[in-house]
Design a protein around this ligand. Structure first.
Ligand code: SF4
Length: 322
């Protein structure tokens, strides 16, 4: 992993309008991402973790411009891509790919594997037309799928095999940055490790940079170099993976980590149960967004929003009391 940035986002926001009434007037906004700043280094895996509904997937899609941001800035490999139009984005699209959670719904059931994997090769003119079949075979073998899969359809494969095909499709266009959006969450536990190890091997072979989104902390720990913890549209903690797991600083991170089972039965771990549900992103709490559930909140937390600041060279946290 280098120390050179591939992606930088600054104060990124994505608000979705809430429409009500007969005329579908915009009456409010869902603040799915509300001022996220982070960087992703070339060749690293940045894990992104948080509860469902905290904005992880929206952040991943916005960074690669599948969704247009409401505000802020996205820089990819030194180029500001925040406001590129769809024609300009088309050229960049092959550099940034996404692997979705459910490989069944992300693969067109009416297309054969050869066409699914080869589609990007055709669109971006990556290899001459006559070589496409050979290239698809090569890609399938890279992800561990036999070449007789070429003429079959997605429903003929298991979940793990479908995810391998989805990975081959993403790799076909030779991307540099891949958003992996819960890529193993829909798979059997026995298959999850195979797909994770495949992603790690491909990262090494093709020098890929990953944003790896998951709610599973064990998976995040296994695959990430650094981890960002997200709560209600904001990053609340960002650190190198072992530092985060050994020395979590934000009360929310501590609560998340306390729920991870320890394999050693002699180790007793106190689980921190947070009160209430995650608040609505339509009207997030004032001050620190976590104050309604934080076990150590003080008066200041209701009034003043803490900034994400570095407390050591590789560890940032947003909490007044750290
Ligand atoms: Fe808790 Fe206050 Fe820190 Fe927010 S700023 S995490 S409410 S102590």
């Amino acid at each position: 992993m280098s120390q050179v940035e591939l992606v930088r986002v600054t104060n990124l926001k994505k608000y979705f309008p809430v429409r009500t009434g007969f005329f579908a007037r915009v009456t409010n906004f869902v603040k799915a991402i509300d001022g996220v700043s982070l960087n992703i280094l070339k060749g690293e895996t940045l894990g992104l973790v948080g509860e469902s509904g905290c904005g992880k997937t929206t952040l991943g899609k916005t960074i690669i411009r599948l969704i247009k941001p409401t505000g802020g800035e996205i820089v990819f490999d030194g180029h500001n891509i925040t406001n590129l139009n769809s024609r300009e984005m088309r050229r960049l699209r092959r550099e940034m790919q996404i692997i979705f959670q459910d490989p069944y719904s992300s693969l067109n059931p009416r297309m054969r594997v050869e066409d699914i994997v080869g589609e990007g090769l055709v669109i971006h003119g990556i290899v001459p037309k006559k070589d496409i079949r050979e290239e698809v075979k090569r890609l399938l073998s890279t992800v561990g799928i036999r070449e007789d899969a070429l003429f079959r359809y997605p429903h003929e494969f298991s979940g793990g095999q479908r995810q391998r095909i989805a990975i081959a499709r993403a790799l076909a266009v030779r991307p540099r940055f891949v958003v992996c959006d819960e890529p193993v969450s829909a798979l059997d536990v026995s298959v999850q490790a195979q797909i994770i190890n495949l992603l790690l091997a491909l990262q090494e072979e093709f020098n890929l940079t990953y944003l790896f989104i998951s709610h599973d902390l064990r998976v995040i720990r296994h695959i990430s170099n650094r981890v960002a913890v997200m709560y209600l549209g904001k990053i609340v903690e960002l650190a190198e993976v072992e530092e985060l797991f050994k020395n979590p600083l934000h009360p929310y991170t501590k609560a998340l980590l306390s729920s991870v089972p320890v394999p050693d039965p002699s180790v007793r771990k106190k689980r921190i149960v947070l009160p209430g549900d995650i608040p609505s992103p339509v009207s997030p709490p004032s001050g620190c967004r976590f104050h309604t559930r934080c076990p150590i909140a003080v008066e200041r937390c209701r009034r003043e929003e803490p900034a994400l600041r570095y407390v050591s060279s590789h560890h940032a946290v947003s909490c007044h009391l750290v």
